[in-house]
Design a binder for this molecule. Sequence first.
Ligand code: ASP
Length: 639
Amino acid sequence: MFCWLSRQYWGFSTPTGRMAHLIRGSLSRTLVVGSQRRTPEFSSFVARTNTCGELRSSHLGQEVTLCGWIQYRRQNIFLVLRDFHGLVQVVIPQEESAASVKKILCEAPVESVVQVSGTVISRPPGQENPKMPTGEIEVKVKTAELLNSCKKLPFEIKDFVKKTEALRLQYRYLDLRSFQMQYNLRLRSQMVMKMREYLCNLHGFVDIETPTLFKRTPGGAKEFVIPSREPGKFYCLPQSPQQFKQLLMVGGLDRYFQVARCYRDEGSRPDRQPEFTQIDIEMSFVDQTGIRSLIEGLLQYSWPNDKDPLVVPFPSMTFAEALASYGTDKPDTRFGMKIIDISDMFRNTEVGFLQDALSKPQGAVKAICISEGAKYLKRKDIESIRKFAADHFNQEVLPVFPKANRNWNTPVAQSILEEQRSGLIKLMEIQEDDVVLLTAGEHKKACSVLGKLRLECADLLEARGSVLRDPALFSFLWVVDFPLFLPKEENPGELESAHHPFTAPHPSDLQLLYTEPEKVRSQHYDLVLNGSEIGGGSIRIHDAELQHYILATLLKEDVKLLSHLLQALGFGAPPHGGIALGLDRLICLVTGAPSIRDVIAFPKSFRGHDLMSSAPESLPPEELKPYHIQVSWPADSEA
Ligand code: ASP
């Protein structure tokens, strides 16, 4: 009876899907990254002889010492012990002579840390647990020591027990005990290790640390400010090691990389953190093709073995094409539903708002075809899609349901001519149950709204059971030929850098810099994975005069802030270029984690707070004095 219960509870605790894979397979074996397999020695230098997760029938008869956390206890007979490597069943001795061992193991609360020694024995026939990698054996305990007892926990350490993210972050050290967090952080560590190996050992890169106390960089993201003891003088935390890595090229280091911590004070965004990690790279004498091949090789080499191998080279697309077909510079290319320009079909239209749009410069009519939309989308979905377009983009969107009977259910059905209908069906390859969303307006705006709706509709269709994006698919894409400058959001008459001010112009557009700078393309490239930007970089300006002209004349920046860099470029700077991969986002996509916070050991909350330690914190005035700082409290503050 007891034995039956002990086997059954595994059925209850057995998770499904990826978690099941994690728990059933021992973590070290699941996490083989790259080409070479070598099992690390997990029990060197420590009190245990083996890990909980490694014991198999091949260990039968061995005397072992294990250290771990009590995961479950059943009927005071069985105890399941857990460490980072997995779970193992331990048999609590029942003999009178082992009463003290029994007392320790039966009284210690769940999640207490114990050390046990005993013999590996096979489970009685019929009581093996095929769902557990250690399920053929158990450990018959002889001695036990309670290393630390566990107080009442704020939540159970079981992956299937739901808890709010705020609670998880408050007790992050407990949350880290989950199999999922262990998996995410270990996969991250192994991928980074393989990246180091690829860069340093295979391609001669040098790992160099750059300062985190730095000064303000013009343009780009907002930086965190750090007071200094000199009155009115401040450091800034770097948004990236950009200047340093370029200066390392001037210094002849030739190939630099760093697992670099970067800081951006950009407020809360779901896929951002105020501090985050980049794989930061710079090379001398390289062009775009060289950087792209390096990154493709790097990802291929460090890619986890339990995923399909990456196929290189990755496809590429120009920025103009990405905008026209997907309405964004980071297209999710796992599914179609591309934006189609249908302006030519509506040149003679009588529909007012289409006519109006087409009469303007850059005016266009665009559409997307939602495959089987009529089957999955409800009328209220269409209404909310239209409202979304109106509220966020001030754009009218027409739904068109081209049923075979031609009784098109659209507000302007009567005004669409027969030839327009058939032309549309042919051009967009529309099928019986599809829905077409049509909009008109300035090219960029029309594309942006349809790009957003394309993603909204994909989410909706998937929520209703349609399979659009294969979860096992990793769709990489290079986006190239970005504009060098964009009109400033707050003042469209002025220009700002689309990437950063050190990006080199496209060689064929050099002359336009002095005549029509807004038309210049750049040598900037982004790497996109499944619709998220996971990296970006550029070939840099290595000519001091050109850099000065762009900073001072076109961007109207204070060149004094960058005099050191401008001077360095004048002292024989080699041509160079580089890239940075967003490590947190990359690992998040690889692990399928719902948020980048799930692949960072101690992340900040949505509002940039550390919920565990309560940083940031107020400081008493006397501690601020050495920095010559006084806080002026906002009127509604509680402090
Ligand atoms: N420093 C750039 C960034 O952080 C990347 C690069 O240009 O290499 O986005």
